[in-house]
Design a protein. Sequence first.
Length: 135
Amino acid sequence: TLLARASIALGQWESGQAAFEQAWELNRGVGVPDPASALAWAEYLEHQDQLDRAAAVLDEVIRSHPASAAARLRRAQQLVRTGQPKIAIEQALAALKYTGDPALLKETHAVLANAYASTGQRREAETHAEWIRTH
């Protein structure tokens, strides 16, 4: 993953993607993928507009690490962007359950406010927006 990030930072997109691919396969080969490496890979895939592949990576991380608030938040963000706010709400609520990190909490409440608003649930949206204002 470090080699992939370094290659991308140098503008070497093809070698960066190849390094990410190799790191992901090695990561999966150990049985339980490392969430941090998987999140970096998913982020790269998102930036390359490979949303289906990024979603599959995040789903795999969530299956193997159900308490990964960062993976659940990232997946919720994807789901909101792709017009699936109801599923995003489920993922974001789970992320809230598994984190105490202030930055992650704030991002998760923002996703929830957005997702609830897009489903017409104004009261719930306002509850999460208010949480952001007060924290």
